[in-house]
Ligand binder design. Structure first.
Ligand code: FES
Ligand SMILES: [Fe+2]
Length: 405
């Protein structure tokens, strides 16, 4: 990554003969055994929406691994390696039963922890079946999502509880979603065709809210985003926050605090500046190096269907290519960076400070993990599982004595 201040203009700036560029692979590669992939595996990751996990097995691809997600007839969710340990048929075609999932080919039955309970073609149902184990991952459900722990079993942390989602006020309910552009109200895409890091960078980038979502295209969110904020970034015990303070015309100021929580979690305050703590958490879950999916858990007024953002009255999928060009949003900006951005040709400047801090923090956690330590933000004590989410739109009087420092 180049710092722009040290870069000398070369020649006449011709594009001819430019050097081959590359992504920052330490951050973008997520498969098993890669440093970032191993770091992400230390934290619980969303793999599905609880209400969509039923008796029909579902293919899930996450962190470069293909898996099968299902719910047995006792109501337990299970996440198994798809190739049946007998002779490799996919459990995607398995039959879900009371005790687990039965492979369609010769009927081996596996419970949600991969234990083989039956080999119907073998004498006695398989006398040594207890020695057979289909590879599996532990799952837990919370906030309407199914979370998996895909890391080393001895290092399994507790599934965190986020204080902004723990209490759902009367008249509200949790909306849970996993897919592509759902946050924008478009449900046509299951997976986004670019690196999870593009989304991860986006959350600690308050300046794009001012340009992309406001002054360049007209207001996409609240009109107040047109005002240039005073921005501060700060490290927390488990990530980075920014505070973006705007002086409003009605003698008030609004401090918009946004959080990024290790390693791929974000809590963005309401984009229409609804006051108070943010009622949402989302995860940029890598599918593989060049695809990701977004999981969202968000408080919504009960009975109200999530509509999301419409530009010119249209959902993302209803817009023409010309409309996408004339009114680009997050998708265009992030997909426009390519399947995996070329970080070696970036020119990071002072307004990218939040992203620089995030990437540095991720690399530090990789080092800690490689040296045998526990990365920040992992919780091992079930009594300390509560995470304080600082995000929100906080308004106050702009009288000088009460102004935000
Ligand atoms: S391949 Fe699954 S039981 Fe034979
Ligand atoms: Fe954005």
């Amino acid at each position: 990554m180049k710092q722009i201040k040290s870069r000398q203009p070369a020649g006449d700036g011709s594009a001819y003969g430019r050097r081959k560029q590359h992504p920052d692979r330490l951050l973008t590669e997520v498969g098993p055994g890669t440093p970032m992939g191993e770091l992400l595996r230390r934290y619980w990751q969303p793999v599905g929406v609880s209400s969509e996990v039923r008796d029909l097995p579902k293919k899930v691809r996450i962190l470069g691994e293909d898996l099968i997600l299902f719910r047995d007839r006792q109501g337990r969710a299970g996440l198994l390696y798809p190739r049946c340990m007998h002779r490799g048929t996919s459990l995607h075609y398995g039959k879900v039963e009371e005790q687990g999932i039965r492979c369609c080919y010769h009927g081996w039955l596996f419970d949600v922890e991969g234990n083989c309970l039956d080999m119907p073609c073998e004498p006695g149902g398989g006398r040594r079946r207890e020695l057979a184990r289909q590879p599996w991952y532990p799952v837990q459900e919370r906030y309407g999502l199914v979370f998996a722990y895909m890391g080393p079993p001895a290092k399994r942390p507790v599934l965190p509880r986020y204080d902004n989602l723990e209490i759902v006020e009367e008249g509200y309910e949790l909306w849970s979603y996993m897919g592509g552009l759902g946050g924008t109200g478009d449900f046509s895409m299951e997976v986004l065709p670019y690196s999870w890091l593009h989304m991860n960078d986006n959350v600690m980038d308050p300046w794009h809210v001012h340009v992309l979502h406001s002054t360049l295209t007209g207001p996409q969110f609240a009109a107040e985003f047109e005002l240039i904020p005073k921005v501060k970034f700060f490290e927390t015990e488990n990530g980075i926050c920014y505070s973006a303070v705007r002086d409003l015309e009605d003698n008030r100021i609004v401090d918009r605090v946004s959080s990024w929580i290790l390693p791929n979690i974000m809590s963005v305050p309401d984009i229409q500046l609804k006051p108070g703590q943010s009622g949402m958490i989302s995860w940029a879950v890598p599918v593989d190096d060049s695809h990701f999916t977004q999981a969202i858990a968000m408080k919504m007024p009960a009975g109200v269907q999530f509509e999301g953002l419409r530009l010119g009255g249209k959902t993302w999928g209803e817009m023409s290519e010309e409309e996408h060009q004339r009114t680009p949003g997050d998708y265009e900006a992030q997909a426009g960076q390519g399947p995996i951005s070329l970080h070696s040709e970036e020119h990071m400047v002072s307004s990218d400070r939040g992203i620089t801090m995030q990437r540095r923090m991720l690399k530090k956690q990789i080092k800690i993990m490689q040296q045998g330590g526990d990365p920040a933000g992992l919780i091992f004590d079930p009594d300390a599982a509560k995470v304080n989410v600082r995000s929100g739109n906080f308004f106050q009087d702009s009288a000088p004595s009460r102004r935000h420092a």
